[in-house]
Design a protein around this ligand. Structure first.
Ligand code: UDP
Length: 485
């Protein structure tokens, strides 16, 4: 078998989905600026989306490379060329996507067995639990990367551990209090990540595998920062072996690229869209624009998009509204056309179809509020930019993120949804926007708290800041472990 390399070499294994690939590529740059070489395992189509990472690495003299494995779409029963979760025809294909992701184990092992020197460490996405076996087979230390908050990790853990949600029987809307948390957090079953409400053997097995992969890891890297949720970091640290909070990764990324005088363009945004959004923002007053975007996987039905459009229009604020590529459909386009919606709102609002330069929009001084589904990357990007949020959670752990944003950090308002799939009326959209954009009163308090958090986030990634230091500690811990073995 191959030996371990002397020059530290970290192997990064992300799930092939934008909200995993983005922080993984940012983490690659962070690790590489700390002197290690990094290989990211990708599939061919995903590599083309992130080619600029290689260009940036070359320009910045960072040792980052991709290792490509073909994605077994057809073998798993997925349409040809389906390599990223945002290309799935519908949510029903999720389980096939995970099956295809599991099939990457064999070619990865084959590649590792052919290497002369093995990687120093595997950093695995939590969604790829089979990396546990790979790491133990090749005797490589493995850590797990979490792209979600410690708040939601601890909530989910305490609920599963206590089974408190079973006390409400079959009711999806009866609230229960999450036990053993520093704050009183009430949730309903309808607000839990879908997997927690599944009682089938297959689901239980899958969850057990995820948990085992996490507990057997040397520790977990989390895209958060200590000052944001320290009590929850400490709380979850009692569950796992070790936590290194190294976020916000998007801020590290900006710092790295700025330090070298490069533009960040990793989100595959065409310059046209960037120009359109930035010119629009520059024509508006500070903190006046509402940015509405629902992540990389949104599939919002046309009836809901219409209500959203009318709500944005009814609020008195300028807006940038992103209609995701899976939201775009004939029905909404026809409606927008018939209503002359864009014409009617010319100068007042713009629609971006597909993909917007989110981090740039959020960091623009004219952006004053973010209407978001509360995906963790989006939430952290809003925190990093000091922009208060309107929380409109839909699926996964987004309702937990809403609790953190609205009730714990108090940097946002909820739009009032108690469960996914509930139609939010345009009046509620308007009301929530006005609340968050309010000058003076609670609006001002929220904005000030958001700004304080932004300061803390920026400090965390500076030299000597908590996340910058945690990254160094992480590397020391892993390299020390090898030294002592
Ligand atoms: N994103 C973006 N432009 C878009 C939509 C999304 O840059 O038009 C990025 C966003 O900045 C974030 C990621 O995609 O980094 C979405 O991740 P999140 O965890 O918020 O949501 P998910 O995609 O998992 O629902």
């Amino acid at each position: 078998m191959a030996s371990q390399t002397h020059h530290p070499h970290f192997l990064l294994l992300p799930l092939m989905s934008q909200s995993h690939l983005i922080p993984f590529t940012q983490m690659a740059k962070l690790l590489a600026t700390n002197g290690v070489s990094v290989t990211i395992v990708l599939t061919p189509l995903n590599a083309t989306r992130f080619n600029m990472v290689i260009d940036q690495a070359k320009a910045l003299n960072l040792k980052i490379q991709f290792h490509l494995l073909p994605f077994p779409s057809a073998e798993a029963g997925l349409p040809e060329g389906c390599e990223n979760m945002d290309t799935l025809p519908s949510l029903q294909y999720n389980h096939l996507f995970f099956a295809a992701s599991n099939m990457l184990k064999e070619p990865l092992e084959k590649w590792l067995s052919e290497l002369e020197t093995l990687p120093t460490c595997i950093v695995s996405d939590i969604c790829l639990p089979w990396t546990t076996n790979v790491a133990s087979k090749f005797n490589i230390p493995r850590v797990v990367f979490h792209g979600i908050s410690c708040f939601s990790l601890l909530c989910s853990h305490n609920i599963s551990h206590s089974e408190v949600h079973e006390n409400v029987g079959t009711s999806m809307s009866k609230p229960f209090v999450v036990p053993d948390l520093p704050h009183t957090i009430e949730l309903t079953k309808a607000q839990l990540p879908e997997a927690m409400n599944q009682n089938t053997k297959a689901w239980k097995h899958a969850i057990d595998q995820f948990k085992a992969a996490e507990l057997s890891a040397e520790g977990i890297l989390v895209n958060t920062f200590e000052e944001l949720e320290s009590m929850y970091v400490r709380g979850y640290e009692k569950v796992v072996r070790k936590i290194w909070c190294i976020g916000p990764l998007s801020l590290h990324d900006k710092l790295i690229l700025d330090r070298f005088g490069r533009e960040d363009n990793h989100n595959k945004t065409s310059t046209d869209e960037t120009e359109l959004c930035l010119n629009f923002l520059s024509s508006k007053k500070p903190c006046s624009v509402v940015y509405a975007c629902f992540g990389s996987l949104s599939r919002i039905r046309a009836s809901q998009l219409k209500e959203l459009a009318l709500g944005l229009e009814a609020s008195s604020h300028p807006f940038i509204w992103v209609i995701g590529k899976n939201d775009c459909c004939e029905e909404i386009e026809k409606w927008l056309e018939e209503e002359s919606f864009e014409e009617r709102n010319r100068g007042r609002g713009i629609i971006v179809r597909g993909w917007a330069p989110q981090v740039e929009i959020l960091s623009h001084p004219s952006t004053g509020g973010f209407l978001s589904h509360c995906g963790w990357n989006s939430a952290l990007e809003a925190v990093s930019a000091g922009v208060p949020m309107i929380a409109w959670p839909m699926i996964a752990e987004q309702f937990l993120n809403e609790k953190l944003i609205v009730e714990v950090l108090k940097i946002g308002v909820g739009i009032g949804v108690e469960a996914g799939e509930v139609l939010v009326k345009n009046e509620d959209v308007k009301k929530a926007i006005e609340q968050v954009m309010e000058q003076g009163g609670d609006g001002e308090h929220r904005r000030n708290r958001a700004r304080e958090m932004k300061e803390k986030a920026h400090k965390a990634v500076q030299d000597g800041g908590s996340s910058a230091s945690n990254c160094k500690l992480f590397l020391q811990d892993i390299l020390g472990m090898l030294h002592n073995s």
